[in-house]
Design a protein around this ligand. Structure first.
Ligand code: EPS
Length: 358
């Protein structure tokens, strides 16, 4: 049983390995008529790509999308949209010494346990390179949602190791390499990341995402709740270790009198629920946070075992992210957009397009 397809009516299948000739995806279920060109993918893919700042992996991929099918004269035809990105800068020799040993913190051990063999080069299919195609598919969903509902899905870092933003401004987020909403803190973060990189260590991060403009009514109780499917989509991103919807874990320490979001003629007075009630969107902003562990690939030695079970010491060479959570921001946005797109089509299938909120 393999699971490389995501979604019910807006279905995304990804394929490819980090050091194979190419990665790609097939998006099936996109409504016809959506204007789509290869240039549409560039901005979001560049936001996620390696080698765009000194604070990320220095692997240099163009990440240029080729549209192979599903688009005719600039518009989606309703048939499967196949997208391809060729890998051009894999350096597989960095992994030569890792063929027979398991890198701690990576999926090497578990892929071997499951399949009995694995592509050890760059982690193969388990590499975060696969998230490129999530972002590419997400571009299609985002474009549709933006054109049809004015939905905007935006993410930012809300924690980098010990540091949290002291101020918040969406305008700052896209103007620094950390998707950080507090411009005044950026020089200190640059310093911190430079020192971290030189020390050979890595650090975790939290990505917060907000979807604005989602109409009330999307979500499929009781086993396809919007929050449940968002949580599944987000925890399935490489290196994700925790997901919160709305107030999330902090809800456990709150009182009901404070926590419930009062309703008035002008809407809700607060949004502890994160825009979802009973698994259905409420029309408020949908808010989630995703915690990413520190990158496991370090040049600092660590104990492991080889395939025969003998003790081994692992030193991971190559070009790695000191904080993999930074580049996860566009991936988180993409997964949210994919879930929303799928839920719009499912909502329309059951309730019709004309259903309006109270
Ligand atoms: C990754 C390790 C590095 C990153 C890679 C994700 O790969 P490699 O050692 O093969 O260069 O560069 O990220 C990407 C290539 C990408 O496009 O995101 C890992 O272990 O997941």
């Amino acid at each position: 049983m393999s699971h490389n397809t995501f979604g019910h009516l807006f279905r995304v299948t990804t394929f490819g390995e980090s050091h194979g000739p190419a990665i790609g995806c097939v998006v099936d279920g996109c409504p016809p008529g959506l204007e789509l060109a290869e240039e549409d993918f560039a901005a979001d893919l560049a936001r996620r790509a390696t080698g765009r700042s000194r604070h990320t992996s220095q692997r240099r991929e163009d990440d240029a999308v080729e549209i192979l099918s599903g688009v005719f004269r600039g518009r989606s035809t309703g048939t499967p949209i196949a997208l391809l990105i060729r890998n051009t800068d894999a350096r597989s020799r960095d992994y030569n010494e890792l063929e027979q040993v398991f890198r701690p913190g990576h999926a090497d051990f578990t892929y071997q346990a499951k399949y009995g063999l694995r592509d050890h080069r760059g982690g193969g299919r388990s590499s975060a390179r696969e998230t490129t195609m999530r972002v590419a598919a997400g571009v299609i969903a985002r474009k549709y949602l933006s054109q049809h509902f004015d939905i905007r899905v935006r993410g930012h870092l809300s924690r980098l190791g010990e540091q949290e933003p002291a101020a918040f401004d969406w305008a700052a987020v896209e103007s620094n390499p950390f998707f950080w909403p507090d411009a005044a803190m950026v020089p200190a973060l640059e310093n911190y990341m430079d020192r971290l990189r030189k020390s050979g260590d890595s650090v975790g991060a939290i990505v917060r995402v907000v979807a604005q403009g989602v109409p009330a009514g999307w979500g499929a109780p009781v086993y396809g709740k919007l929050d449940a499917e968002l949580a599944a989509a987000l925890i399935g991103i490489n290196a994700a270790k925790g997901v919160e919807i709305g107030a999330g874990m902090a809800s456990a320490a709150d009182l009901g009198s404070r926590h419930r979001d009062p309703l008035g003629p002008d809407g809700f007075a607060s949004n502890h629920a994160g825009g979802i009630l009973g698994g259905i969107s409420s029309g408020q902003d949908i808010t989630c946070q995703v915690a990413f562990k520190p990158t496991s690939s370090l040049r600092l030695p660590v104990a492991s075992i080889d395939h025969a079970g003998n003790p081994a010491q692992v030193v991971v060479k190559g070009r790695h992210d000191p904080c993999v959570g930074i580049r996860a921001v566009p991936v988180v946005e993409a997964m949210v957009a994919l879930v929303l797109m799928d839920h719009w089509l499912r909502h329309r299938a059951q309730c019709g397009a004309g259903q309006t909120p109270p």
